[in-house]
Write a protein that binds this ligand. Sequence first.
Ligand code: ATP
Ligand code: MG
Ligand code: MG
Ligand code: MG
Length: 587
Amino acid sequence: MLRMSTLFVRTLREDPADAEVASHKLLVRGSYIRRVAPGIYTWLPLGLKVLSKLETIVREEMDAMGAQEVLFPGLLPREPYEATNRWTEYGPTVFKLKDRKEADYLLAPTHEEMFTLLVKDLYSSYKDLPVVLYQIQTKYRDEARPRAGVIRGREFVMKDAYSFNIDDDGLDATYFTMRESYQKIFQRLGLPIAICRAMSGAMGGSRSEEFLFPCEIGEDTFVRSPGGYTANTEAVTTPPLPELDYAGVPAPEPVDTPDATTIETLVAVANDLRPRVDRAWEAADTLKNVVVTLTHPAGERELLIIGLPGERDVDMKRVEASLAPAEVEMATPEDLKAFPELVPGYIGPEVIGPQSARRSEDEPMALRYLIDPHVARGSAWITGANEPNKHVFNLVYGRDFEADGTIEAAEVVAGDEAPDGSGPLEIARGIELGHIFELGRKYSEALDLKVLDQNGKSQIVTMGSYGLGVTRTLAALAEFNHDEAGLVWPEEIAPATVQILVTGKGDELFEKADALAREFEAEGIEVLVDDRKKVSAGVKFKDFELLGVPYGVVVGRGLADGTVELRSRRTGERVEVPVGEAVAKFA
Ligand code: ATP
Ligand code: MG
Ligand code: MG
Ligand code: MG
């Protein structure tokens, strides 16, 4: 039983000066968290209660899908991160330090390396696989802009899970099971989530999705349609353009093209670009990205290829084929058959029809071809000024991504039809709460994690990594569940289910409140009793509203007539009930 008279809590009436978003303000005002330094927070008793309930839900769903919990240190030696190049690649985000012997250490921003080495340490046969391990642990990232309280902290709690399979099919299966576990977690929390295809970024890997909580204050931008189509636009809103790195590969020459206002010309352009795409692909081991700018009387066109180091097993033909339907806007599958050399193996009713997305008529011609080999997707935009409706596309094609759909939304304008025909796109903001990846063999190769297969042959293990920001999710819950007066926790994670407020002076009120509290506890219902003696009823009501316990039981004047008042924090509803029936209302 929690008692306000002794609980380590000091509620504040004023918003903290550094807080801009509601969750941050209310978590501080409600004494859930206290700031120590930018992006670094202390968890107070009420905050810790909510946090541990949230962790329990995450833990239950991880355990239910067969993942096993471990716990790594946060302080780690340099070597494993050196082996995967992340000591450098992660850049200034990593907190680095030296021990007294001048050896390099880091505070882990994420733990792929350690999990890979642990499995390598103990497992050696395909019979040991698959295995999924996870931890709920503190991570450190020296974020450039810590913000919004624990939404972007420099120390934060993450649930990170890692899967190990002998083959890609196994990895797919584990990935989808994990995806379902994430859906269950967010369902239990009552948080709406948009699952978006995402760039896998510095992680490497192929399939990758983010779990975004749609919210104005989010830092991620995504698109959604009324029919449920969603995709993140992170890949294109923050392309690594300023840091062009050709890593020894000669920068592509500009290409002159004729007026590309006709379908035929676009076909020619695409064909002309194809060898370059091939060459870029050849160099993909070292290539970061290539931008080809095509000069054109009507303005500029550009070909953008993003090729991150690593995975080579994407079928390039398929990626290239994504260009082909661009040339035949509004083509039927029948029409596409006229271009067999452009669309090998691609013709069929499963081809998603091109979507026309009109943009400004004054806009220069632009041809953009974006490839992210990690997510095995290709997309092309051809925008034009001359005949806007005809030459403006946004196109995303592919056997592999038609089902869950992906879109590079840089060129998307609100109101465009979604690629799956599920209605006009809306551009929205969201907070990334979870991120799941098929890492493939990047880490197992770098750290030499192999097992013997059925034939006694040594095989590199294929991996997945699955992150969920626990402290960030807590803040998202606060963001989603509050009103002007304070927090309104969902029952599953509230610090208590019932708050008993004593609003009067007589000893019998306090005794009754205590007795009620014990009755609630006997029913397994958690209680916070506001048994403060020198605090006014008004302050108690204000604190009840601020703290966000879902239900209030007011023990006050009514007790003389044998009643107490029940309040719903969420709806504001109040009812007087006979004191003997109060507990039964909740049981
Ligand atoms: P972001 O894009 O917001 O920086 P990320 O993509 O860098 O996040 P991941 O590496 O995918 O994050 O980590 C997995 C999860 O950890 C994220 O989905 C998010 O919920 C959480 N997370 C990441 N960075 C932070 C942070 N600085 N503070 C709190 N939670 C974080
Ligand atoms: Mg980040
Ligand atoms: Mg992200
Ligand atoms: Mg992420």
